[in-house]
Design a protein around this ligand. Structure first.
Ligand SMILES: [Fe+2]
Length: 191
């Protein structure tokens, strides 16, 4: 049974609304005793002010696909840094019961959302872009696709928090009712 924390923000009152460094965010996540709500994740990400120096161990790009770097993970939550070259994007997917938030550290994030019906299959819903400092995310059972637009001409770095940590995900194809499964790993994965 899922257990959500009762408080909106588990950080002590004295540091609420103050900037969260990467180490402070990790410390907050590692002290959790239950699943954080999506609002709580948004609050942390909006407060996050992470320096390039702190991110350096998690910055790395590759040409074939976006690169996923895990910062921390426990039974309730995981924190990831994703690095995207222009044109790199996820398949269309849901999070199979996890909810999560994304903060754009640098670059431009492209997001497309979809709806799914057993008879009609996957249908396009909306698209938008998120610039540096923006926070977005997905609740259950949202279906979306994230990426760095091929016309952006700049790299994209994003910070992701998922609760609970991502397991086996569902993937979708436009115009199709077929649902496949995918297990993310540290090399090529969905987020
Ligand atoms: Fe996702």
């Amino acid at each position: 049974m899922t257990t959500y924390l009762e408080t909106i923000d588990s950080r002590p009152d004295k540091i609420k609304n103050q900037p969260l460094s990467l180490s402070s965010l990790v410390q907050t996540l590692e002290s959790l005793t239950g699943l954080p709500s999506l609002d709580q994740i948004y609050d942390w990400l909006e407060a996050a002010e992470i320096s390039t120096a702190e991110l350096q161990p998690y910055l790395g790009f590759k040409e074939g696909n976006y690169w996923r770097h895990r910062v921390c993970r426990n039974e309730f939550v995981e924190l990831l840094v994703l690095c995207w070259r222009p044109g790199q994007r996820t398949p269309i997917h849901d999070h199979n019961g996890s909810h999560g938030g994304v903060k754009i550290q640098s670059g431009m994030l492209w997001e497309t959302t979809f709806s799914y019906h057993a008879l009609a299959g996957l249908q396009y819903q909306s698209a938008c872009e998120h610039g540096p400092g923006s926070v977005t995310g997905s609740d259950v059972p949202d279906i979306h696709q994230l990426g760095n637009p091929d016309v952006s001409e700049q790299d994209l770095v994003t910070i992701h928090v998922y609760a609970p940590p991502l397991g086996v995900l569902h993937t979708y194809k436009p115009g199709s009712a077929t649902i496949d499964v995918y297990t993310p790993d540290d090399i090529e994965s969905l987020n």
